[in-house]
Design a protein around this ligand. Structure first.
Ligand code: ZN
Length: 57
């Protein structure tokens, strides 16, 4: 399993997103960002930040 803390990407948010692999995390992050943070599309910089903060659990 892998996980990503939304706070590690720079949001004031306690959400922890878990997934089987990086792709699943990225998909869930996109959904979470849209629903909770009102971000319609994750830009290149944020996408890189997300990938660099994904932890193995
Ligand atoms: Zn969040």
């Amino acid at each position: 399993m892998k996980e990503l803390r939304c706070a590690d990407v720079g949001f004031e948010c306690s959400e922890v997103i878990q997934g089987e692999d990086e792709q699943e995390i990225l998909r869930k992050v996109a959904e979470h960002a849209r629903e909770i943070h009102g971000i319609m599309e994750i830009d290149e910089e944020t996408g890189q930040k997300v990938r660099s903060q994904i932890q193995d659990v």
